[in-house]
Design a protein around this ligand. Structure first.
Ligand SMILES: Nc1ncnc2c1ncn2[C@@H]1O[C@H](COP(=O)(O)OP(=O)(O)O)[C@@H](O)[C@H]1O
Ligand SMILES: [Mg+2]
Length: 422
């Protein structure tokens, strides 16, 4: 796109020209004696789609605000390429933010909303830049309207165009799809991914929706209590979580606390509530003593009789059977009293005959099991039986974001925070 092919705007003390990977080193933010972001270190490769995923109140918005310059870290540094942005003002940074509330100017047309930033910088072709940006988000046909005449999804596109028109090096998106209904949300996820691929900019997308993070991002960082618990490609994170928090925040997991009792070739032998199971050594972050065993619901099979395989099985009682169309979800209790979930794809036309109270056997391949450290307090709250409880929105989210612009202090609707004066 032409708006991204230029040489960039005039430098403001050099910060706006910064190019390269986004790097955070030892970034900490304290509010009084509360640590909202704790010694964060990460590097986001230029041009990648990076998702910061975590429950409400874990420090996502605070992290974004520090990257945007709306908040200064208590300690640590923020760099783009070799340029240290720490301490610089928001308008000095090659960074723009898209908020959940869109924060469009109600009295301006869509085109003028998008042209606002370039106009303030005194760019002669502001109108053309706005048109290009609107084309990118497929909103050219509504350019003459006012924000109030657009649907939520359309306003969201305009908000994206208004940020992209400034040609930021890094685009920050703070739960941008949070106000959309599910279907529109899914559409916009695909759209945003397409736009990111097309413009090739670094996108940092903040969300508490694990599915959103997994479908969109090249790299997902799972954040908890101001720290990154694990970071990597979504498939890798899903396949091999390293903590019980990650195991249950990114998808669901059936977990059981146990003890390593020995080894058998490449496997650890683990006792969990009277059952012996195996975990490949390479799939466990713990190799002796107390351990939490885990296996994903779709990796478990339900059998009527005890399987005669290698012994990765456990007896269980059916508690609930829910038909969901593509799959059937079973909730079962195992000997320890823990509830497990099992997903079975609906391959057969025959109706499932299992009913609550039926005794069954659960079976899985040891290669699908994983081991993580015990004693994650969160693990107790995030049991499979009540997955929503772990992801529910605590009140902190409300207090942090009720200013309506996702910034906590209203600066998101401040033109200076959004536009880029020269
Ligand atoms: N300006 C502030 N003053 C005091 N505490 C704050 C402030 N901003 C955020 N917090 C607190 O820091 C924590 C992280 O907030 P936030 O970054 O908004 O979380 P998230 O975006 O992940 O929901 C929360 O407990 C929140 O209440
Ligand atoms: Mg937030």
């Amino acid at each position: 796109m032409s708006i991204f092919g230029g040489n960039g705007s005039k430098a403001t003390r050099g910060f706006r020209e910064a190019r390269g990977n986004l790097r955070l080193t030892g970034v900490t933010k304290e509010f009084g004696d509360f640590t909202a972001v704790d010694d964060l270190g990460l590097e986001v490769p230029r041009g990648s789609f990076f998702a910061l995923l975590g429950p409400s109140g874990c420090g996502k918005t605070t992290t974004l605000r520090m990257v945007a310059g709306l908040e200064q870290p208590t300690r640590g540094r923020i760099l783009i390429g070799d340029t240290d942005l720490t301490g610089s003002r928001p308008y000095e940074r090659p960074v723009n933010t898209v908020f959940q509330s869109y924060a469009l100017f109600p009295h301006l047309t869509i085109r003028d909303n998008v042209a606002f930033g370039p106009k303030r910088r005194g760019e002669a072709d502001a109108g053309k830049l706005a048109d290009d940006a609107l084309e990118l988000v497929q909103m050219s046909h509504l350019a003459a309207r006012k924000p109030a005449q657009l649907s939520g999804g359309q306003q969201q596109r305009v908000a994206v165009a208004r940020a992209l028109v400034n040609r930021p090096e890094v685009l920050l998106l703070d739960e941008p799809l949070g106000a959309l209904d599910l279907k529109l949300r899914r559409q916009m996820q695909v759209e945003l991914k397409r736009i990111q691929t097309e413009v090739g900019l670094t996108f940092i997308h903040v969300t508490h929706d694990q599915e959103e993070a997994m479908t969109m991002a090249d790299t997902v960082a799972v954040m908890n209590h101001g720290r990154i618990e694990q970071m990597g490609h979504p498939e890798v994170l899903y396949d091999l979580p390293k903590t019980s928090f990650v195991a249950n925040f990114l998808g669901q997991s059936n977990l059981g606390d146990g003890r390593v009792t020995g080894t058998d070739g490449d496997d650890l032998v683990v006792e969990v509530a009277g059952t012996t199971v195996r975990i490949p050594k390479s799939r466990s972050t713990v190799h002796d003593g107390a351990i939490t065993f885990g296996v994903r619901p779709e990796k478990v099979r339900i059998r009527d009789q005890r399987p005669d395989g290698a012994g990765n099985d456990v007896k269980a009682t059916v508690v609930d059977v829910s038909f969901t169309g593509v799959a059937t979800q079973f909730l079962v209790t195992v000997a320890s009293g823990t509830t497990w979930a099992v997903y079975e794809q609906n391959l057969d036309v025959e109706r499932n005959h299992l009913r609550p109270g039926d005794e069954v056997w659960l079976e899985w391949e040891s290669g699908h099991a994983f081991g993580v450290p015990v004693n994650d307090v969160e693990a107790a709250a995030a049991t499979v039986a009540d997955p929503d409880a772990a992801k529910a929105e605590p009140r902190a989210h409300q207090s942090a974001d009720t200013s309506g612009d996702g910034t906590g202090d209203g600066s998101g609707s401040d033109p200076d925070a959004l536009a880029v004066p020269s």
